[in-house]
Design a protein around this ligand. Structure first.
Ligand code: PNS
Length: 156
């Protein structure tokens, strides 16, 4: 049984994240989307809100569950038996940060492999920050995020 964790801030989940989740679920027997409870950057949505939005958005995708973690990702992965860490790559600009993170995680636990999925070109420009900015100024985000997230952004 191949189990993978897809970690992130998910503040909030976008269609780009959802695309990675769906594709990872075709590769692994189980994919756990793990929300970091205390991200480096202050989160706009609370942990509960981020988890709720993810659960709603991913409820129809088989082999996917949602959880949260704090502390080191490799410790969480080891404790839960995840052999792989999934990360999505958008543009070259993601590479430095992702490379550093993957190598650091491998240095800490060489048994856990980071697997990168290239984002669909449709979502290559998309980020949670951009979505929040558009929503903040009253723009339309319905093509960028799952329906439940668009509703939530409209209210906030
Ligand atoms: O969606 P993000 O904000 O790019 O996700 C980053 C995340 C949560 C995957 C990363 O910050 C993380 O793994 N944090 C946990 C702390 C940790 O393990 N740090 C060492 C790896 S650099």
């Amino acid at each position: 049984m191949k189990k993978a964790v897809y970690p992130g801030s998910f503040d909030p989940i976008t269609n780009g994240h959802l695309d990675i989740i769906k594709r990872a679920a075709e590769i692994f027997d189980e994919v756990c989307v793990a929300v970091i409870s205390n991200p480096d950057k202050n989160a706009y949505f609370s942990l509960e809100e981020r988890l709720q939005m993810l659960k709603e958005a991913a409820k129809d995708i088989k082999r996917v569950k949602v959880d949260y973690f704090d502390g080191l990702l490799v410790d969480y992965a080891k404790q839960k038996g995840f052999e792989s860490i999934i990360r999505g790559l958008r543009a070259v600009s993601d590479f430095d940060y992702e490379f550093q993170m993957a190598l650091t995680n491998r240095q800490m636990n060489p048994k856990i492999e980071t697997v990168f999925l290239m984002t669909d070109y449709k979502y290559s420009y998309l980020s949670s920050s951009i979505v929040k900015q558009i929503a903040h100024f009253g723009g339309d985000v319905h093509k960028l995020v799952p329906r439940n997230v668009a509703r939530r952004l409209k209210k906030s």
